[in-house]
Design a protein around this ligand. Structure first.
Ligand code: UT7
Length: 319
């Protein structure tokens, strides 16, 4: 048994924050941000709008696109770094809100790779017969853990959510998945505090990143993943129709596309309008490419992500 994608959806909060808005907050410029990252604007959740709010809109869109009843969903896996609460997990919050019946609901927390991890977990449940129709979501309110005085990170991130509905099928679907992690790099990209390690008095938990060092490991790791996918699946140049990468930085995406020998016209890019939305970036890019008609049934897709931890993962999918 395999899993295939039967519906996708996305949701972006209404408020748009441009690079020019950020020029008023920190010592930066639209020119620097665009040249170094490819980002022009990002969406920011409204006050009181939570990760599960964004996730529920994206999930409804995906369920509608799949043309199935919410009650037929038999597993929920949410990738997120910014859950509403310590618990219940965002999967349970979605279950209640979307009217999905009793079924396993969990979240995975592997930063920017969370969606690939979530997709792989759901796919494995389908392959072993434990689930037939999982809902997989990547959703983030990164704005909540941004230090808005740190120009090295606050210009990079945005909020959003993307979702896919998988269905059991006799043919893939998800052909190949690969996951990895290396905790020795934890200090290059992390948060300064959390729950059992609380923030120093009165402060909020904030993301920290040594961007330049992350950049180098990200490119190296993503190139290694490209080589692995090509080798293990005997792929030839031109076999992959669409590259749907995590959207952290246009320069990282371009380096990976070069290794893949795929032209940039075959890469789904949303980084300019969304910034880095962590777990949400891949499902939102996937939904963008599907809804605007570029990605068609039968196309071969490569999804790849790299993030804090470090964690990474890839998925080769016949859409
Ligand atoms: O999604 C999870 C994984 N995350 C990533 O993959 C992010 C990886 N890293 C990156 O995308 C890039 O490293 C950044 C976009 C974060 C930074 O780009 P960079 O080309 O690596 O720049 P840099 O950190 O080497 O900084 C170059 C200069 C520095 O000034 P000096 O030392 O050359 O005088 C920085 O202080 O740019 C300065 N700088 C800024 N200038 C204007 C850093 N941030 C800003 C800013 N505006 N926002």
């Amino acid at each position: 048994m395999y899993s295939r994608i039967i519906g996708t959806g996305r949701y972006l909060p209404e408020r748009v924050m441009t690079n020019f808005d950020l020029e008023k907050l920190v010592d930066t410029s639209d020119e620097w941000i665009r040249a170094r990252t490819g980002i022009s604007e990002r969406h920011i959740a409204a006050e009181g709008e939570t990760t599960s709010d964004l996730a529920s809109h994206a999930a409804r869109n995906a369920i509608d696109a799949a043309g199935v009843e919410p009650e037929s969903i038999d597993m929920i896996v949410v990738g997120t770094t910014t859950p509403d609460l310590v618990f219940p997990n965002v999967g349970c919050l979605l279950q209640e809100r979307l009217g999905i019946g009793a079924c396993p609901a969990l979240s995975v927390e592997t930063a920017c790779s969370s969606f690939i991890y979530a997709l792989t977990v759901a796919d494995q449940f389908v392959r072993t017969g434990l689930a037939k129709r999982p809902l997989v979501v990547g959703a983030e309110t990164m704005s909540r853990i941004i230090d808005w005085t740190d120009r090295e990170t606050c210009v990079l991130f945005g909020d959003g959510a993307g979702a896919v509905v998988l269905d059991a099928a006799s043919e893939p679907g998800i052909i190949f998945s690969s996951l990895g992690a290396d905790g020795r790099y934890r200090q290059l990209l992390d948060t300064d505090s959390g729950i059992s390690q609380p923030p120093p008095d009165g402060k909020k938990t904030s993301l920290r990143m040594k961007g330049n060092e992350v950049f180098k490991v990200a490119v190296r790791t993503l190139e290694g993943m490209v080589d692995e996918v090509i080798e293990k699946n005997n792929l030839k140049q031109g076999d992959i129709d669409w590259f749907v990468p995590h959207q952290a930085n246009l320069r990282i995406i371009a380096a990976t596309a070069k290794r893949l020998k795929i032209p940039m016209e075959r890469v789904i890019l949303t980084v300019a309008e969304h910034g880095n939305t962590s777990a949400a970036s891949i499902p939102m890019a996937l939904d963008t490419g599907i809804r605007d008609g570029r990605i068609k049934r039968g196309d071969l897709l490569l999804l790849e992500a790299f993030g804090g931890g470090f964690t990474w993962g890839s998925s080769l999918i016949r859409y």
